[in-house]
Ligand binder design. Structure first.
Ligand SMILES: Nc1nc2c(c(=O)[nH]1)N[C@H]1C(S)=C(S)[C@@H](COP(=O)(O)OP(=O)(O)OC[C@H]3O[C@@H](n4cnc5c(=O)[nH]c(N)nc54)[C@H](O)[C@@H]3O)O[C@H]1N2
Ligand SMILES: Nc1nc2c(c(=O)[nH]1)N[C@H]1C(S)=C(S)[C@@H](COP(=O)(O)OP(=O)(O)OC[C@H]3O[C@@H](n4cnc5c(=O)[nH]c(N)nc54)[C@H](O)[C@@H]3O)O[C@H]1N2
Ligand SMILES: [Mo]
Length: 767
């Protein structure tokens, strides 16, 4: 049974984010997951020195946390992993794969933790148990039989530890391919491809310390109350300090308005709250590039005026002269850009843009953060680069209290990349692997997520291996993705819980159950810690504290080592020896990767260490050796613009986003409390005027019909219309229900990220 509230309803939420509502939800999820009493202490060891790193999100911790860092959604993530429910072989014996496929995604995960390795048996259409060694042998046999290593693809979701991911990439490269599709490709790739061009590193240039010293915070395209709740604590401190906080988001997200801190007894008792953002700027979907460019243009205009009047300059001319390249072309492009184009493309008036520019100019130390609202559009790389250019104009990078803060999703997605989970590895990285391990790594670029789907569909990739995640549900264009997975010779999933990806399988298929981060990982009788890297590049240790969900579980590191040994023998390293003590893997990492010297010693310090980001020290690892200004034209002939010509004002641009009760494809419940949605997920948020224009009423059911223009029919049926405060022409609905609408061919320029937040659709009244 899905976790329905008594009756589905839409009821605007009028309270602050956090507070008692959040606390009550923690109790609800502990009871629902049947978490055994002894494990409640799990919650209190989350993100504390000597506890485990929360598997929820990648928001950093303050080093000296003394009290329980409360977070409702972190607690839900922990409860989901510490659940008392089990998906044992009996479940698979009682249900064929076809029967399981008929269950909802919620029901699949609700079966609880996987307990034994399972192999697909076509004769009975069921999964049945298989021993670990036999499972490794089956993978090895398939990999060895492929015509080329490039006929296999190795997916990673962002929870794998540094140790597991390092060993994984070493194995895959020693096997012979760079085919590393990963969740980043669908997430912050526009950041990871965009920033290296401008500032030389695709990561944050700030630490939490900088948040304590900034005076202005610009938050782009992020919903922290739901997705990074611990960030609200920092925002609250900033607000109390008088920091000017601007939320740039088509939606007025509740957590950006007001927040009651569960850490604050006074606020909890007085039902008080802290106002967070003082200013809201609401671009239309995908309008950020034009908005940011407009702010930059206004900064130029103000500087031009200041120079003429002999007043104090607005630009940080010293920084631009000493550290930057390409400024003149950038400035010329800004001066030539038309305000009409910028207003039209951003959906924000010139006056509002000027107001935002004044806020930016007044800031002596500006930090800007961003999430998926900035990265999942066609022009996302340009948006990220224009944003970093705007920050460079006033020297807001590499200075205390100022800098760039892309807020990552999965708890170790950033560490995965650092470890080499990267389909486009740099030559320097490959050379270091070669020097350290004495084998010649593959040099050709590998496939990303979308390219992997295309290659499986076309028969060029025959083995799909997933280290975590839910590829079938998280990927775009579900019909094509499913067809692609089903065309494989072998699909393998290392997972904690059952999900649909395990049921959309190849001819042979394996489910390999693994330890979660909250669980004690014993190797040779010794508890192992793993390391992770958060959004501000702090690397620290994480120790599980719960007993494993089943005695048969193996760690991801052990599973990778087992498969590597079965496939390659002890080449180029003794896999089992490395995996027997994770400190050995960290020694190998220290040898192979820059920045990790003395890894074991440095990570033993509580709180861990900060991984050097050169831009923070104003060292620029760019092609020019300088912080690079980039000219980004505003594109007007886009697929959406063409669809608008065809469909007029009836064309709606859809963003797919997270509700409060989900972790990506894992659905915890059916409420989206802060947006006033209860007991249901198939809702679509539309502006009241657009409803009137379309002749539709709130409360009616509609089908969403894709109009990407490639002749393929894409639709998602039966969504409840909700009148909502959202810019005209823009609509919103939840992921992953809407993934069938995301066209495989609709990708961000320069990063290949599926454009999950700008999908052209029409609304049709359901039959
Ligand atoms: N509880 C919980 N925590 C999570 C996750 C989860 O599912 N549940 N997922 C994790 C992962 S992998 C990630 S990547 C992060 C995601 O965290 P977010 O980046 O917050 O993800 P979304 O829910 O996709 O929300 C995107 C936000 O961007 C806004 N937005 C959409 N389009 C635009 C636009 O064109 N411009 C602007 N300026 N804003 C826009 C939306 O209104 C929304 O507020 O959270 C991580 N943490
Ligand atoms: N339309 C649309 N699509 C999107 C997005 C969007 O905003 N809109 N967002 C994109 C983003 S930002 C991301 S990051 C991707 C997410 O894509 P994924 O990372 O592939 O998806 P998740 O839902 O996070 O994966 C959940 C599964 O991971 C497994 N799991 C959980 N913990 C562990 C663990 O410790 N080890 C292992 N091995 N397995 C574990 C469980 O079996 C669980 O079912 O989706 C992307 N897809
Ligand atoms: Mo993500």
């Amino acid at each position: 049974m899905p976790p329905t509230e008594p009756t589905p309803k839409i009821a605007p939420y009028t309270h602050a984010a956090g507070g008692w509502g959040a606390l009550r939800q923690v109790a609800v999820s502990l009871v629902k997951e049947q978490v055994p009493g002894a494990k409640y202490r799990t919650l209190f060891r989350q993100n504390q020195p000597e506890g485990f790193d929360c598997p929820g999100c990648a928001w950093p911790d303050r080093v000296h946390t003394s009290t329980f860092e409360f977070c409702e959604n972190g607690a839900k993530a922990v409860a989901a992993e510490a659940t008392g429910k089990r998906a044992t072989p009996a479940l698979f014996a009682a249900h064929s794969v076809t029967q399981l496929l008929a269950q909802s995604d919620y029901e699949l995960e609700e079966h609880g933790r996987l307990t034994e390795p399972m192999v697909y048996d076509a004769a009975t259409d069921t999964y049945r148990p298989i021993g670990w060694e036999a499972a490794y042998a089956l993978v090895a046999q398939h990999l060895q039989a492929l015509p080329s290593p490039d006929a296999a693809a190795f997916y990673t979701s962002g929870r794998a530890s540094n140790e597991a991911s390092f060993l994984y990439q070493l194995f895959v490269r020693a096997y012979g391919t760079n085919n590393f599709p990963d969740c980043s490709n669908m997430c912050h790739e526009s950041t990871s491809r965009g920033l290296p061009v401008t500032v030389g590193v695709g990561k944050a240039t700030v630490t939490l310390d900088d948040l304590q010293h900034c005076d202005t915070l610009l938050l782009f395209g992020q919903n922290p109350a739901t997705n990074h709740p611990r960030m609200l604590g920092e925002l609250r401190e900033c607000a109390k300090r008088g920091v000017t906080i601007v939320a740039i988001n088509p939606l007025r997200e509740r957590g950006l308005e007001r927040f009651t801190s569960p850490q604050s007894p006074t606020e909890m008792l007085t039902m008080g709250s802290t106002d967070i953002a003082s200013v809201f700027v609401r671009p239309r979907l995908g309008g950020d590039q034009a908005l940011i460019k407009g702010v930059a243009k206004r900064v130029m205009e103000r500087d031009d005026a200041a120079r003429e009047q002999g007043a104090e300059r607005i630009l940080d001319t010293a920084f631009i002269a000493s550290d930057c390249a390409g400024f003149d072309a950038f400035a010329a492009d800004l001066r030539a850009e038309s305000w009409e184009v910028l207003e039209q493309a951003s959906g924000v008036t010139r006056e509002e843009i000027a107001h935002l520019a004044e806020i930016y100019i007044r800031g002596r130390a500006v930090v800007c953060t961003w999430g998926m609202g900035l990265t999942q559009h066609k022009n996302s790389v340009a948006s990220v680069q224009t944003l970093s250019n705007l920050m460079m104009m006033r020297g807001n990078i590499g200075r205390r209290g100022a800098g760039l803060l892309p807020v990552r999703g999965h708890s170790n997605v950033q560490g995965n990349r650092t470890m080499g989970i990267e389909n486009l590895p740099s030559q320097a990285f490959l050379d270091r692997l070669e020097r350290t391990f004495g084998f010649h790594p593959p040099q050709a670029p590998g496939l990303d997520v979308v390219q992997t789907i295309e290659a499986m569909r076309d028969g060029r990739v025959k083995v799909f291996f997933g280290l975590g995640g839910n590829f079938a549900m998280a990927s775009p264009d579900s019909a094509v993705t499913w067809e692609a997975l089903r065309a494989c010779d072998l699909t393998v999933h290392v997972a904690t819980k059952l999900n649909r990806s395990h049921l959309i399988h190849g001819r042979d298929a394996l489910i390999l159950p693994t330890l979660g981060r909250t669980e004690i990982d014993l190797q040779g009788g010794v508890a192992q810690g793993v390391t992770v890297e958060d959004s501000v590049c702090m690397v620290h240790l994480s120790y599980g504290i719960n007993a494993p969900a089943s005695e048969q579980l193996r760690s991801e590191t052990a599973i990778v080592a087992g498969i590597a040994q079965a496939t390659l023998g002890s080449h180029p390293v003794d896999w089992q020896w490395l995996a027997a003590d994770y400190a050995r893997i960290r020694d190998a990492i220290a040898q192979a990767l820059p920045g990790f010297a003395d890894f074991n010693a440095r990570v033993a310090v509580p709180g861990g260490f900060h991984l050097d980001t050169p831009a923070r020290e104003r060292r620029w690892s760019t092609a020019s050796g300088k912080a690079q200004f980039v000219v980004s034209p505003i594109e007007t002939d886009t697929p959406i613009a063409r669809a608008r010509v065809l469909h007029g004002e009836r064309l709606m641009v859809l963003m797919t986003m997270r509700s409060h009760d989900q972790y990506n494809t894992t659905i915890y419940g059916l409420n989206d409390r802060y947006r006033g949605v209860f007991g249901q997920r198939r809702v679509v948020f539309v502006h009241a005027e657009d409803l009137r224009m379309l002749g539709l009423d709130a409360g009616e059911w509609v089908d969403l019909v894709g109009v990407w223009g490639d002749g393929v029919e894409r639709r998602a049926d039966r969504f409840l219309l909700v009148a909502y405060d959202i810019p005209r022409g823009c609509i919103a609905a939840y992921y992953p229900e809407t993934n069938p609408l995301v066209p495989l061919g609709s990708r961000a320029d320069g990063s290949g990220t599926p454009t999950s937040k700008s999908i052209p659709v029409l609304l049709r009244r359901s039959a």
